[in-house]
Design a protein around this ligand. Sequence first.
Ligand SMILES: [Zn+2]
Length: 109
Amino acid sequence: MAEIKSFCTHAYHAATLCGYCGRRLSFFGGRLDSKVKDFIVPLSKGGSDVPENVVACCKECHLLKGDYLNYALLPLFLNRTRLLADIRRYVREVRQVLGGHSSLVDLPR
Ligand SMILES: [Zn+2]
């Protein structure tokens, strides 16, 4: 398990692309493509602050995802790939609904 932890920590620091939408991440803060730390299983839904639960993503996906968690996938908690694929699909669908009005994500809901 120590190898997985260290791999995930390294993957986060080395990431140059968003883990959800694949866009190139900016290292300047305050932009929609800024690199942020996202908890795959949100802390508010019982996720923990461990490297295995962290993914590097853009600020826009982070805002779109919010504290999304598909409970049907919880039994697959250890299946990170499956969970990431589910969140990617969710973020894509939210984008379609917003119809490219990505500035909407900056509005409080
Ligand atoms: Zn993204």
